[in-house]
Design a protein around this ligand. Structure first.
Ligand SMILES: Nc1c(NC[C@H](O)[C@H](O)[C@H](O)CO)[nH]c(=O)[nH]c1=O
Ligand SMILES: CC(=O)[C@@H](O)COP(=O)(O)O
Length: 161
């Protein structure tokens, strides 16, 4: 398994663009907020560590991961260089998991196609709460950190080309 016992969230900021002049929007789902708050903290801490100014980080909450699509669309209108969409979808008893995951995946993909602002997909789609805990600041790192690094790289690409 790709992530078995590997923390994939380490980064070398000397290899990254400085984020001091970038504006970031972070849209956070309130479903499974223990997980999404951990993802947000990882993302926020990484952005600050890489030079971002706290005044240039806008955070909005939305009810669930499906609302990340609309929230990110509205965030794009606030002149940010990149948006990070943070959610945690955990399998329940029914197929609702499949539809939420597919819907938010396709919706965020569509925003990357139709808008000029990169939207980073930071939505955990896990079978269990433990899998989510492991990936939001646990033994397998923090996908929020990884999303922040992706946001910095894409913000730089957007400004450069
Ligand atoms: N079950 C989870 C949901 N479900 C709610 C949807 O995201 C959406 O808010 C609702 O269908 C109304 O449009 N959302 C999550 O983020 N995580 C879940 O595990
Ligand atoms: C991903 C979901 O919407 C899921 O948590 C809802 O649970 P259930 O499928 O048992 O209704």
């Amino acid at each position: 398994m790709a992530t078995a016992n590997h923390n994939l969230s380490n980064y070398d900021k000397s290899t990254l663009p400085n984020a001091e002049h970038f504006r970031f929007g972070i849209v956070v789902s309130e479903w499974n907020d223990t997980i999404t708050n951990g993802l947000f903290q990882g993302a926020y801490d990484a952005l600050i560590d890489c030079g971002a100014n706290e005044d240039n980080i806008i955070k909005w909450n939305v009810p669930g991961s499906f609302e990340l699509i609309y929230g990110a669309k509205k965030m794009i209108e606030h002149r940010v260089d990149a948006v990070i969409a943070i959610g945690s979808v955990i399998q329940g008893e029914t197929k609702h998991f499949d539809f939420v995951c597919e819907g938010v995946t396709q919706g965020i993909k569509d925003l990357n196609v139709i808008s000029d602002t990169p939207v980073i997909f930071c939505v955990l789609t896990d079978n269990t709460m433990q899998q989510s805990l492991d990936r939001s600041g646990g033994k397998l790192g923090n996908k929020g950190t990884e999303a922040a690094i992706a946001a910095i790289k894409m913000a730089h690409l957007r400004r450069t080309f």
